[in-house]
Design a protein around this ligand. Structure first.
Ligand SMILES: Cc1ncc(COP(=O)(O)O)c(C=O)c1O
Length: 424
C-alpha cells in the first residue's frame, strides 16, 4: 500500500521538476539515515541507476559516454592518475594487471602472507607463483627485509597491500622495485583515500587496484578499478577486460592475448560513481568520529591504533588495533569474547596467514603451479612467518567501520569499550 502511494506521488511529481528533485533529495536523506550502516547510500545512487535503466546502455560495450566512463574519469581524478579502467572485481583487476604487465607462468609475485585469499589466487589465476612475505610487527604490512630475501631472477612483481587503509611505505617499495627491476602493483582494495607523502594509494605503482565489493571503502555490490599513468597499459587493460577483443582499442578485429570477461556492469558503475562522489564527506565524518576514539585510547594502556605514521594518511577501511595483553590485562581471545558479548563488531586485524589454509597445507597448490621454481614455492609455503602468526593470534584486532560513521556511533563504542576494559 505504502509502496503504491509512494509510486503515485513520484509519478505525479514528474510534472514538477523542482519538486521532484526535492522529493528525491529527501528520499536519499531518509535512506542514508535509515541505513546508518555500511554500506549505505552516499549520494544520488538511486537517480544514477534509474538513468542507466531507462537507457539502452546496460553493458559497457553498448556505445560511448556511458556510466563506466564517468566513473573512470572521476576515479582517476580522485586517485591522481591519468587513467582508470573499470572492471568487475578487485580480484579480476589484479589478474588483468599481471597479464597486462607481461607476467608469465613461473614468474613470481611478492605479497604479504596475511591477506585475503584473493591475492594468492589472483596471482595463480594469472599462472604466476605467489611468494609470501612476513609482516612488520609495527605496521602489520610487508616486512621489506624479509621480502628482499625471497627475491630471485623469477621475481617480477612486488604487490604491497595497503592493509585496511594504512598506506605501505612506498619509498621502501620503490627502492626494492628499482634495485631488482620489479613491477609494482599496489593493492589498494582496502585503502581508497589513503596517502603516502601526499600521494594517494594506487597512484604510485605501475598500477593501483581497487575493489568496490563487500567491506570495501566504497561499495557497489561488486566492482573493481585499475588506476595507472601508463597510456599503453590502460589501452591493454581495456582490451583484456573484454575477452581481449582488439577492435575498440587497436582498430582490428583480432585477439592476441589470453583474456577474460572483466567488464563492469553499467548499473554497478552508476552506484560506484555516486559512492565515490559521496566518499570525501563520509571520510571526513569518520575522521572526526575517530578523533574521539583516539583520545579515549590515550587513557588506556596496552591498546593502540596502528596507523600510517608521519608520512602517511590512513583512510581506516577498518580501525586496526595493536594489543599488548599483559599491559591490557586481557588476552586477544578474552577481549574478542567480551566484545561479542557487548555487541562490538570486530575482527582480526589482518587476515589469517594464507599458508595455514588447506589449499596450501594439503599441497593443493601443486595442481596449479606447474612452472618455475617449485622447490622455492614449497619451502616458502611451509616456512614460519613469526610476525604474521603472532599478530593473528595475539596482537591484531580490527574494529568495523560501522563504529565510526558519526560521533553518535563512536560514543556508543567508547561506552562499551570502557565497560569491557574496566571489568577485566
Ligand atoms: C586486500 C584485498 N585484495 C583484493 C581483494 C579482492 O577484491 P574482490 O573481492 O573485489 O575480488 C580483496 C577482497 O576482499 C582484498 O581484501
Amino acid at each position: 500500500m505504502l509502496k503504491k502511494i509512494y509510486g503515485d506521488i513520484k509519478s505525479f511529481l514528474l510534472f514538477f521538476p523542482r519538486l521532484s528533485l526535492l522529493f528525491e533529495k529527501t528520499q536519499n536523506y531518509l535512506l542514508r539515515r535509515r541505513n546508518n550502516q555500511v554500506p549505505h547510500v552516499a549520494s544520488n545512487e538511486l537517480k544514477r541507476v534509474a538513468e542507466v535503466l531507462v537507457s539502452p546502455g546496460w553493458n559497457m560495450n553498448y556505445g560511448k559516454g556511458l556510466m563506466h566512463e564517468k566513473l573512470e574519469e572521476e576515479f582517476a581524478a580522485y586517485v591522481g592518475t591519468n587513467y582508470a579502467v573499470a572492471v568487475n572485481t578487485g580480484g579480476m583487476a589484479l589478474q588483468m594487471s599481471l597479464r597486462a604487465l607481461g607476467v608469465k607462468p613461473g614468474d613470481e609475485v611478492l605479497h604479504q602472507v596475511d591477506t585475503c585469499m584473493a591475492n594468492p589466487f589472483a596471482v595463480m589465476n594469472a599462472f604466476a607463483t605467489p611468494i609470501l612475505t612476513d609482516i612488520s610487527g609495527d605496521t602489520f604490512m610487508m616486512d621489506f627485509n624479509d621480502a628482499e630475501k625471497s627475491i630471485s631472477k623469477n621475481t617480477k612483481v612486488i604487490m604491497p597491500i595497503h592493509m585496511w587503509g594504512n598506506p605501505c611505505n612506498m619509498d621502501k617499495v620503490q627502492e626494492l622495485a628499482d634495485k631488482h627491476k620489479l613491477h609494482v602493483i599496489e593493492d589498494s582494495c582496502l585503502s581508497l583515500g589513503a596517502a603516502w607523502k601526499g600521494k594517494k594509494t594506487g597512484s604510485m605503482g605501475n598500477v593501483g587496484v581497487f575493489s568496490l565489493g563487500c567491506i570495501k571503502p566504497i561499495q557497489a555490490g561488486e566492482g573493481g578499478v585499475i588506476t595507472t599513468n601508463d597510456a599503453a597499459l590502460a589501452k591493454e587493460l581495456r582490451t583484456l577486460r573484454s575477452w581481449g577483443e582488439m577492435t575498440a582499442e587497436y582498430g582490428v578485429r583480432d585477439h592476441k592475448e589470453l583474456a577474460w570477461n572483466g567488464r563492469m556492469s553499467e548499473i554497478v558503475a552508476a552506484v560506484g560513481l555516486e559512492q565515490l562522489r559521496g566518499y570525501s564527506a563520509q571520510l571526513e565524518k569518520k575522521m572526526e568520529a575517530l578523533e574521539l576514539f583516539k583520545s579515549y585510547l590515550t587513557q588506556r594502556e596496552g591498546i593502540q591504533i596502528v596507523d600510517a605514521g608521519v608520512n602517511g594518511v590512513s583512510s581506516y577501511g577498518q580501525v586496526v588495533l595493536k594489543l599488548n595483553a599483559p599491559a591490557l590485562g586481557l588476552s586477544k581471545k578474552e577481549l574478542m569474547h567480551s566484545m561479542t558479548e557487548n555487541g562490538v563488531i570486530h575482527w582480526h586485524a589482518n587476515f589469517e596467514p594464507v599458508n595455514q589454509l588447506q589449499f596450501f597445507t594439503q599441497g593443493n597448490w601443486k595442481k596449479w603451479i606447474t612452472a618455475g621454481d617449485l622447490q622455492k614455492a614449497e619451502s616458502n609455503f611451509t616456512r614460519k612467518f613469526s610476525n604474521s602468526e603472532r599478530v593473528y593470534a595475539e596482537e591484531g584486532l580490527g574494529l568495523n567501520n560501522s563504529h565510526f560513521l558519526s560521533k553518535k556511533e563512536v560514543n556508543e563504542l567508547i561506552l562499551k569499550m570502557d565497560k569491557i576494559l574496566k571489568k577485566k
